[in-house]
Each structure stands twice: as C-alpha cells, then as structure tokens.
Design a protein around this ligand. Structure first.
Ligand code: PLP
Length: 409
C-alpha cells in the first residue's frame, strides 16, 4: 500500500500525532502504555456509534446482523493474525489484565490446590502477578519467582530448580514492559512442556513488536490488549488452546455464555462464548479488527529497520550521558523501549520538564514494583516507541533530555 511506504506516510494516518502540546509539536513516546489510533479504527468506531449499532448475536434485525458480522469477522482476523488453529480459540476480553484474570480465576478453581505452585518471573507487570497471588490466596498454592539477572534477563540457569511437578502453570511476559527485553519464551515453554506444565504468555508488549504464531510457540494461552496495538481501549484477547478452554470452568456468568438456564440447573455453551458473558465491547472488537488490518499493511522490513535504527541511536546516545542508568539489556535484543534514571534528577521532574518541551514520557513505578525493587529504585523514566515514531523524534527526545538534565542538575 503506497500510504504505508514510509514512516512519515504512516504518521499521516494518525491524527493524534499531528498536534501541539504545551505549544510544542508532540513527540509521543508513551506507546508502552497506550498507542495512538489510525483513521481506519477511529472511522469504524464513529460509523458504528453513528448508526451500525445493534446488540450482537441476539436479534434478527439488520443492525444486529451487521454488528455480529463485524464482531465475528474480527475474531477471524485475530485468529489469522496470531495463527491460531481455530476461531473458537479466540476469546474477546477487555484487555491483557482481564485475560490473565480469566485464566487465573478459572484455572485455579479446577487445578490449584494447597502445595501447588505457580511460576512467574521477577520482571512481570502487576497484571501478571496480582491475579496469580489472588488465586494462590484462594487455593493455598504458592507463587514461585524466576529471578532476573543484572541485565534484566531471566535466570534460565535456575529454571530447572524452580520447575517441578508441584508447578501447575507458568505465566510469563513475552517482552518486559520496563526492560524492553525480548524474553526467551520458547525455551521456557519447551522446558515446562517437558513436565506437562501449561504456559500462559503475557503478550501485551510482545504482540506489538513481533509477529506472533501461537501454533509455533505452542503456548497454552497468549494474552494481549487492543489499545497498545493501535486498537480501541477496552479491547483485548485471550488465545487458549481449545482443549484447555473446554476444560476450564466459566469465569463470568450471564447472557450469551449459557446453553440453558433454569433455577435447578444451568448449562454452559462452548468456547469462546462460554467466556464472553454479557454484552461485549462489540464496537471496540470490530475496530480491533481494523487495527489488525492496519498492522498487516505495514511494511515489516521498513518497520524493523526503523526500530533497529532507533534502538542503536538511543543506546549510543545514552552511553554518553553522564549519570544515566539504563535498565535492561544494552543490546539489540530489545524493543525500542528504554527505562532509565539520571543521577540527581527525579524521574517525575524530568518527565514534567520534557512534557513542557512536547515530549510525552512515562514516569513512576511503571506497574512493576518488583522490578523497581530488583534494581533498587523507586521510580524510572520510560521512552517507548511505536511504528510511527521516527529517528528524528528520537533525536528530539535526546536533545530535550539533555536540556532537562542540565536544568535539574
Ligand atoms: N502486561 C504487560 C507486559 C503490560 O505492559 C501491560 C500494560 O502496560 C499489561 C500487562 C496490562 O495491560 P492492560 O492494562 O491493557 O490490561
């Protein structure tokens, strides 16, 4: 598609990028938190809210037929996008957090008992820690933690000691939201499978920066959010191998997830609807389908060349800034996401100053307090790039950072 042939052309599809913030041209580098949306997504949401709006699955009228077809069409798009073997393996949720909570709740009801364990890593987002802690509290199971090394990489040398028959599920991130490290999930999946342990992958960051093939990965579950991949907020996906989805008890009860209801006994329908109780965000999910269409039109070579250039440039510039500590791997095996601190300058002060220069960054504990503890800091600053960010913006980021540091130290 001609419109996708350069990063600047991609930018023209995103109205939010073309704005001034605090009187400056916006440089949006908080994509790890949420991405901006292309016109195709915005227009579909508008079109549906302005007319193509009828509750799905429930009625015979034309509007319901149209929305049902858009919603179920989006399920097909997700299925093809991640190469699931059947469309029934795609459950629509409100986001990664909702997807992980679904598995943690349903899985623990049936498969966690006192003495059992759940393995996560030290580098997880709170969304992949707290649901499992809640499940452990309910069942008497315990949480085991695979530690990180000083580069933010998993201590794979400890995996064999941590994985034994008491571990009933492994739940780890594809890519760390703080360290940007692309984790060796294939190795963990293989090792867990050798002990018949199922694996959930938190793909909130991973799905944005790589093409995921769930059949090749062979993971039992893969969770991700729509709003980080150019889709609407309140949308997400849980991929689950069908035989697992069949075995798990339902999560929420309500309309659409039942086969028959009586006061004596209710029976449940098959996946995926078994896990989609109530009216879902059908407009959002249809627009997630449009976001996937957008991603599929991106020239992957162009995008990965751009990402590599940005990573190389930022790493080089960071190494020359006195007092700057970058957390996570200082190599190319990372997504363009950089969390750092600068000696003598509080991350929030730096973020506020840079906001005045038009550069939007994330600061704070980034929903991952254990990582903060691991690296001995209470707060960090994070710059995270998306497909529409240019090398020129990376240069403005570095220039603004240097100016802000000078003002504060
Ligand atoms: N997991 C990771 C790795 C994340 O980066 C995030 C969000 O930043 C989440 C889970 C939670 O995603 P959401 O808030 O969209 O549910």
């Amino acid at each position: 598609m001609e419109n996708r042939s350069s990063i600047n052309n991609i930018r023209t599809l995103f109205p939010a990028l073309n704005q001034r913030v605090n009187g400056k041209k916006l440089v949006y580098l908080d994509n790890g938190a949420t991405s901006q949306k292309p016109l195709s997504v915005i227009e579909l949401v508008n079109e549906m809210n302005s007319g193509v709006n009828g509750n799905i699955h429930r009625a015979v009228h034309e509007l319901s037929a149209k929305t049902t077809s858009l919603y179920e069409g989006a399920r097909d798009k997700v299925k093809n996008f991640i190469n699931a073997s059947q469309r029934e393996e795609i459950i629509f949720t409100a986001g990664t957090t909702a997807s992980i909570n679904l598995v943690a709740s349903s899985f623990s009801q049936k498969y966690l008992n006192p003495g059992d364990a759940v393995l996560v890593s030290e580098g997880e987002h709170h969304s992949n820690i707290v649901p499992w802690q809640m499940a452990c509290d309910r069942t008497g199971a315990t949480l085991r933690v695979l530690p990180l090394d000083d580069n933010g990489c998993w201590r794979l040398d400890l995996l064999d000691t941590l994985l034994d028959s008491s571990v009933k599920i492994v739940s780890v991130a594809h890519v760390s939201n703080i360290l940007g490290v692309i984790n060796p999930i294939e190795k963990v999946i293989e090792r867990a499978h050798s002990l018949n342990i199922p694996v959930l992958i938190d793909g909130a960051q991973g799905i944005v920066h790589s093409r995921v093939d769930v059949q090749k990965l062979d993971c039992e579950f893969y969770a991700f959010s729509g709003h980080k991949m150019y889709g609407p907020t309140g949308t997400g996906v849980l991929f689950g191998k069908y035989h697992w989805l069949e075995k798990l008890p339902p999560y929420l009860g309500g309309g659409d997830m039942i086969e028959s209801v009586s006061f004596e006994k209710t029976t449940y329908t098959q996946p995926p609807l078994k896990f989609e109780a109530g009216t879902p965000n059908f407009i959002g999910m249809a627009a997630l389908g449009a976001a996937i269409d957008f991603i599929l039109q991106i020239d992957t070579e162009l995008a990965s060349k751009n990402e590599k250039e940005i990573v190389e440039y930022v790493l080089k510039e960071f190494s020359a800034i006195e007092g700057l500590t970058l957390y996570g791997q200082h190599s190319q095996n990372k997504i363009p996401l950089f969390s750092f601190t600068v000696k003598g300058a509080h991350p929030t002060d730096l973020a506020m100053l840079m906001d005045k220069m038009g550069v939007a960054l994330r600061s704070g504990q980034m929903c991952s307090e254990p990582v903060m503890d691991r690296f001995g800091t209470e707060s960090m600053l994070r710059a995270s790039f998306a497909v529409y960010n240019t090398l020129e913006e990376a240069k403005i980021f570095i220039l603004s950072l240097k100016r802000a540091i000078k003002m504060l130290t």
